[in-house]
Write a protein that binds this ligand. Structure first.
Ligand SMILES: [Zn+2]
Length: 354
């Protein structure tokens, strides 16, 4: 290579879009018979997309052995987890398993495994028959028995996937500090929420593992105007000042791109921006990450890790949409948005090309 050619290559490299360090995808865990499809997707497609993080939301769909009463008979087992982990290793993709904790312990009429097996952990036992009138059930963060069970299940799952981090979910927690809970009644909700975050983080840290979580309960829904879903109007927002700063925040916003990733980074947290299916807002979120990373304020810039794209459909539907096969509209939008976001995040296109 001549000096001129070398200089040209160097200049191109220098002025190309900087690569964003974390380029993640959040997937709902596969059913047992979809494991091979997921393995192929990880090996064949994720490297091509430039994706280097997979957050896999397994929830309670796992054949737990440490707490046999929590074993899901048709769920993923250790062998499945190891297959998925091996594919990730080969594809140089960091794998973070997830169980959604505290809230999201029911969906519509169906109560999840934890509160079905351990109804005594319910924050509102005996209330809301058939889960009518509520979004999702929560467990009681102050129940004296809940953490022994939850910690065993987290540890077993993290071990099975050979992971160095765990995502605890904790989004959209609406039932918290219920007036009829003898332990939580009257306690400030920010303290209850922060207490649970800290307890989970301390446990993971004691095992040398990092904690990831959704960020919505830390944002003030009224001050920001972001409302009660992607931010909080149930008094949990002050918890942001009560939790350890080494928790990684996944700051999800699907229908806008507020400057909240930079706010989290300024508060001392590492953060990933998490879009879903709207390309314009996904690229705008990425643009913010890049702007701060290039802005020269190194301490804050280094905390803007990148992006974590969400899918919010079952894995099979997402894969079909990704492959261009016929499936639901939401899955198609999520897949199209994922491709556009990864293309920009890995530095092939400018994020402003929408
Ligand atoms: Zn309680």
């Amino acid at each position: 290579m001549t000096t001129t050619m070398a200089l040209a290559v160097m200049t191109m490299t220098t002025f190309q879009q900087p690569v964003v360090p974390v380029r993640g995808l959040h997937l709902m865990g596969p059913s047992k018979d979809q494991v091979d499809q997921l393995v192929a997707f990880i090996r064949d497609d994720l490297p091509k997309e430039g994706t280097n993080l997979l957050v896999l939301e397994v929830d309670w769909n796992f054949k737990f052995t440490k707490r046999p009463e929590m074993a899901e008979p048709g769920g993923l087992d250790v062998a499945d987890a190891q297959k998925i982990a091996a594919a990730c290793k080969e594809a140089k993709v960091r794998l973070i398993p997830q169980i959604n904790l505290l809230g999201h312990q029911s969906w519509a009429e169906n109560t999840g495994k934890l509160l079905t097996v351990h109804p005594e952990f319910d924050e509102t036992p005996g209330k809301y028959e058939k889960n009518k009138g509520i979004y999702c059930r929560s467990y009681c963060p102050l129940h004296p028995g809940v953490h022994a069970v939850v910690f065993d299940l987290i540890d077993e799952m993290v071990d099975a996937f050979g992971a160095d981090a765990f995502h605890v979910g904790m989004d959209e927690v609406f039932i918290l500090g219920d007036d009829d809970c003898p332990r939580c009644k009257g306690k400030p909700k920010a303290e209850l929420f922060a207490g649970e975050v800290t307890k989970l983080r301390d446990h993971l840290k004691s095992k040398g593992r990092e904690m990831w979580m959704w960020g919505d309960r830390f944002l003030d829904g009224k001050v920001t105007g972001l409302g009660e879903w992607e931010a909080s109007t149930n008094d949990t927002a002050p918890a942001v000042n009560l939790v350890p700063k080494d928790v990684v925040i996944c700051d999800w916003h699907y229908e806008n791109a507020p400057p909240t990733p930079a706010w989290f980074a300024t508060q001392g947290f590492r953060v990933v921006a998490s879009p879903w299916r709207n390309e314009r807002f996904a690229l705008s979120q990425l643009e913010q990450v890049i702007a701060v990373r290039m802005g020269g304020a190194k301490t804050i810039a280094d905390r803007m890790l990148g992006v974590l794209h969400t899918t919010w459909c079952d894995f099979g539907s997402f894969l079909k949409a990704y492959r261009g096969e016929e499936t639901g509209a939401q899955a198609k939008e999520a897949a199209t948005c994922f491709k556009a976001l990864m293309k920009a995040a890995r530095g092939v296109s400018q994020p402003t090309q929408y």
